[in-house]
Ligand binder design. Sequence first.
Ligand code: AHR
Length: 307
Amino acid sequence: GSGSGTDSAATSGGDDSITMGFSQVGAESGWRTANTKSVQEAAKEAGITLKFSDAQQKQENQIKAIRSYIQQKVDVIAFSPVVESGWEPVLKEAQNAKIPVILTDRAVDSKDTTLYKTFLGSDFVEEGRKAGQWLVEEYKSSTDPVNIVELQGTTGSAPANDRKAGFQEVIGGEAKFKIIASQTGDFTRAKGKEVMEAFLKSNPDIDVLYAHNDDMGLGAIEAIEGAGKVPGKDIKIITVDAVKDGMQALADGKINFIVECSPLLGPQLMDLAKKVVKNESIPARVVTEETTFTQEQAKTALPDRKY
Ligand code: AHR
């Protein structure tokens, strides 16, 4: 569940069975819901006892959860850090207690890489680059200015920082691309709608929306339609994730391009956890495989989309 402090432990037997404490970011997006499901199902499948807690997008809740996992002496801790900074004290506590930590989905900015065993997740900078590359291609024969608004993910989070940087890196080479407004929508539909409404009020001439996830893009579509404009036509939209609702909007022509970010990290996480607990060596970084979708590709992929 997503209530505050909800903890749940799956029942599983065996004396040598592994217990994992998992601190999830929250339930802010369709991506996150799919990710939680993947982790819970994969734990069951692997016979790993999972202690799961939802931090409701608050770092203090994640730190509390990690401390409680240390106290409970779990075999391994996995977490998806809501923001990049501020983790060293609690990670040192885990290290002192000799409990291995696996970063899932999002990174921390600590230089001390001995504080965790591996980092499993997407290359968010590359995702931002892919978004930028589509835009460059789309406007390659135009010399007019292209006015872009950006809905950023959660302030201070790895995906917000990196998706912004990768996009900027690619479009920055051409002066016609102008980011005229950029604000956080906290990865939620409600915030995406609210911020897009404000963007539309203060900027009559928006050509492109770059949203750091599908949910904010979907909220923004409501704002655009509310303002009497046609999403996908009057304003072109690029998002990241490729969850089912996003893919549907892409197939319907309301979104123009989606960069995939896979939430299905559960099975790889459980494999890594088993190895870590047995002290086997694992790679320091495991990058998720991902693709991109045009409107035509979304129509083809949609019937088999699981999340
Ligand atoms: O960290 C991954 C990001 O978090 C997803 O792209 C976004 O939808 C989620 O909230």
